[in-house]
Design a protein around this ligand. Structure first.
Ligand SMILES: Cc1cc2nc3c(=O)[nH]c(=O)nc-3n(C[C@H](O)[C@H](O)[C@H](O)COP(=O)(O)O)c2cc1C
Length: 402
């Protein structure tokens, strides 16, 4: 069956061979400086040869205090990294597949024990997960530096041959922290109204356009974040309109924060075993404490329902409000769900993360009719174990265990 999403199309002049995109997925395959390694190149080649419509990289840090607490994150904070990225993009382009660099600052969702610097945020609001410290509330000068570093990251991405950048404005990272009333309690020009909360992003967009003209800039946003007084779909629609007005080329619709348990990547069972083996908070606890705390953790890690296609409704609301392409992600692992999301006009493109972890060639398998659903069981061990190792599929089992 030839479905329309296997036809080629364009975003901001970039040709996408089909509409099935690999969503940003932290791979843990950068070297100690944040440059891509051979392992990452091999993975991207498997995804590209395997039929993906585009690759969005794992998040790349724009400055050191915004680095992830996960192991081996990509960085894009200095020019010396450009040649390694150029090699990577050249190899992916040989397969006719576009590659987009996701750029991010983690804000309060990281640890000073890892970055060596205090965590920062719009306001000094503690994170339930990263709760060792109260983040420092950024001042005007520091916000200006962050804006300039996002722009510098986009400039480097262009020089390195990426087909565009994607601003990570979702999942509770710094730009999402500015947008959500839960984390942004400011009363100055960076907080309060949606326009003020969006100012950091409109400045990034404006300065990027000034510097790079029509270079493609995409955004991944949270339609809702599950936080008290946090992001809701109605405000996300407004933000989508502002993004379009600011010159954004496509919006990927996601939801959830790290603090919100497994709302970002949902699954039927809380991955408690993986948490106990990977998390800085739990891995050194005694077996007795782990046993006692297990029911509470299981409870707090429950995924909300539904488990499939959980951002489609929000994507549709956003798509109705903007005329730029809308991508949606989240539990879209089955060809019939993917097909109906596109054919019902809820989104123009579909992106997936976990299906590409278990089967980097999943897009090609769908296209060739070899498979109609991903083999991913949504155990989410991949999402927990990246704290200590590179990304891989565990299929619900830890190494060395039956
Ligand atoms: C191991 C892992 C790493 C991820 N890393 C990122 C990331 O770097 N940036 C991002 O925006 N989302 C990241 N995500 C979220 C995914 O892009 C996606 O939004 C989420 O997993 C839901 O999609 P899925 O059901 O297709 O997995 C990650 C997810 C997983 C499982």
């Amino acid at each position: 069956m030839q479905l329309s999403f296997f036809e080629s199309s364009c975003i901001a002049g970039v040709t996408f061979p089909n509409r099935l995109i690999r969503s940003a997925t932290h791979e843990g395959m950068a070297d100690e400086r944040g440059a891509p390694t051979e392992a990452l190149e091999k993975l991207y080649l498997r995804i590209a040869k395997g039929g993906a419509g585009a690759i969005i990289t794992g998040y790349a840090g724009v400055q050191q205090d915004g680095k992830s607490s996960l192991s081996n994150m990509l960085m894009i904070d200095c020019d010396e990294l450009i040649p390694a990225y150029r090699k990577l993009t050249d190899r992916v382009h040989e397969q006719g597949v576009p590659i987009i660099l996701q750029i991010a600052h983690c804000g309060r969702q990281t640890r000073s024990a890892v970055t060596g610097m205090q965590t920062v945020a719009p306001s000094p609001v503690k994170d339930f997960i990263f709760n060792e410290e109260i983040p420092h509330a950024l001042d005007d000068r520091e916000i200006e530096t962050i804006i300039n570093n996002f722009v510098a990251a986009a400039e480097r991405a262009k020089k390195a041959g990426f087909d565009g950048v994607q601003l990570h404005m979702a999942h509770g990272y710094l730009l999402a922290q500015f947008l959500s009333n839960h984390t942004n309690r400011r009363r100055d020009k960076w907080g309060g109204s949606t326009e003020n909360k969006f100012r950091i992003i409109s400045e990034i967009m404006r300065r990027t356009r000034e510097s790079l003209g029509s270079y493609p800039v995409l955004a991944k946003i949270n339609a809702y974040d599950g936080r008290p007084k946090g992001m809701r779909v109605e405000e996300a629609v407004e933000i989508a309109r502002m993004l379009e007005a600011a010159g954004c080329d496509a919006i990927e619709v996601s939801s959830g924060t790290v603090e919100d348990g497994l709302a970002i990547m949902r699954g039927p069972n809380p991955p408690v075993g993986a948490l106990f083996n990977s998390s800085f908070r739990f891995k050194d606890m005694s077996p007795l404490i782990k046993t006692i705390s297990s029911p509470f953790i299981r409870f707090s890690m429950r995924s909300p329902n539904p488990l499939r296609g959980y951002n489609i409704k929000a994507a549709k609301a956003i798509k109705e409000a903007v005329s730029i392409p809308v991508i949606t992600v989240g539990g879209l692992h089955d060809l019939s769900d993917i097909s109906s999301a596109i054919e019902s006009g809820s989104a123009d493109y579909i992106s997936m993360s976990r299906p590409f972890i278990i089967e980097p060639d999943i897009a090609g398998k769908f296209r060739q009719g070899k498979q109609t659903a991903s083999r991913c069981i949504m155990c989410n061990y991949c999402a927990l174990m990246i704290e200590v190792d590179k990304v891989k599929c565990y299929y619900g089992k830890l190494p060395g265990r039956k």
